[in-house]
Ligand binder design. Structure first.
Ligand SMILES: [Zn+2]
Length: 59
C-alpha cells in the first residue's frame, strides 16, 4: 500500500516492480514508482513521485 503524494489517498499497487507512470485514481495526478536499491538495509525502498507533465511526452 502506497500513499499518493498529491492527495494522500491510499493507492494499491499490483506490481511493485512496474515503474511506468500511472494516474492516481483519486486525483488523476500522474505518478510513478521510484525504486531505490541502494539502501544499506538490503531492502528495496519504494516511493511514489509525481510525474511532471513535461516528462510524459506524448501519451
Ligand atoms: Zn492522488
Amino acid at each position: 500500500m502506497m500513499i499518493c503524494p498529491n492527495c494522500e489517498e491510499h493507492i494499491v499497487l499490483e506490481d511493485y516492480e512496474n515503474t511506468s507512470p500511472f494516474q492516481c485514481e483519486h486525483c488523476k495526478t500522474w505518478l510513478e514508482l521510484e525504486i531505490d536499491e541502494s539502501t544499506y538495509l538490503g531492502a528495496k525502498q519504494t516511493a511514489l513521485r509525481i510525474v511532471d507533465d513535461q516528462d510524459l511526452g506524448e501519451v
